[in-house]
Design a protein around this ligand. Structure first.
Ligand SMILES: N[C@H](CCC[C@H](N)C(=O)O)C(=O)O
Length: 266
């Protein structure tokens, strides 16, 4: 990865994490960040050579709503919606005084509302109308594509190898995120996720736990309007209104925190 030995730019950034899904956040309201530089973004997300993160998120101006969110996976490529990243950028927007405690912002899958409750963010997610149930698992899109399957003894399950195989063998080049689930109680589930674009297990996945909550309801393993999801990085809650197989008012809630700020020489 060739970079000039002469520092050409000092890039201020902020590190945030939402239940352990961690991101490099950059204020790009002046629109100067080189968004097409895949190698640079992958470098920023590299945990040894760069800042380190499961992804990078830009906050940008938007003509119609409070701000725009642009999300990149750790591979440096712009991707689909990130639920945990959405919660982190809302906290970032408040830190920058762009918003107070409520917001409407634009993202790759459309408009999102959110409100801040101390360290937590309740983020509105897209409606879900299509849930595909197959022998190999359940597939649905909550802003990002998700494969879901039940497992036993999830704490010792081989998420990396099994997740990578499913991501490649069933979903090919486009891939999908792969979520493994174990039921703990009537409305509580443990979830571990192999994330597309990170190509590894992450400590949590926001669109993933949202997909799991809806899939568990579709499989009639729970009938609660709010489902609790335990992830390696913490607890998330997903609530929704279900009407004839159509899910609306979908809300993902959990902690999202600023970890540190810094400046990287690139
Ligand atoms: N890796 C996902 C995007 C980020 C999803 C995840 N970090 C979340 O919190 O929703 C994909 O490319 O489909």
């Amino acid at each position: 990865m060739a970079f000039s030995i002469f520092a050409t730019m000092k890039l201020p950034f902020y590190k945030y994490q939402g239940t352990g899904n961690d991101f490099v956040l950059v204020d790009n309201r002046q629109n100067i960040f080189p968004k097409n530089d895949t190698k640079l973004i992958a470098h920023l997300c590299d945990r040894r050579l760069g800042v380190g993160g499961d992804g990078m998120i830009l906050i940008e101006e938007d003509a119609d709503v409070d701000f725009k969110m642009v999300y990149f996976n750790a591979d440096g490529k712009e991707s689909t919606m990130c639920g945990n990243g959405g919660r982190c950028i809302v906290q970032f927007a408040k830190f920058l005084n762009v918003i107070s405690d409520k917001t409407t912002f634009n993202a790759v899958d459309g408009l999102h509302t959110a409100h801040i409750i101390n360290d937590e963010v309740a983020l509105g997610m897209i409606n879900v109308s299509e849930v595909k149930k197959a022998e190999k698992g359940v597939f649905l899109n909550t802003g990002s594509p998700h494969h879901i399957q039940m497992v036993k003894n999830i704490d010792v399950f081989n998420v990396f190898d099994t997740g990578r195989n499913i991501r490649n063998e069933i979903y090919g080049a486009d891939g999908a995120n792969v979520n493994f689930v174990e039921q703990i109680s009537e409305n509580e589930f443990k979830v571990r996720t192999y994330e597309r674009g990170v190509e590894d297990e992450t400590l949590s996945c926001g669109t993933g736990v949202t997909a799991v909550a809806i899939a568990m309801t579709e499989l009639e393993l729970t009938n609660e309007a709010t489902v609790t999801l335990q992830t390696l990085g913490g607890v998330l809650k997903v609530s929704f209104t279900k009407m004839d197989g159509f899910y609306k008012n979908v809300v993902l809630q959990g902690p999202a925190l600023q970890v540190f700020k810094g400046e990287i020489i690139i």
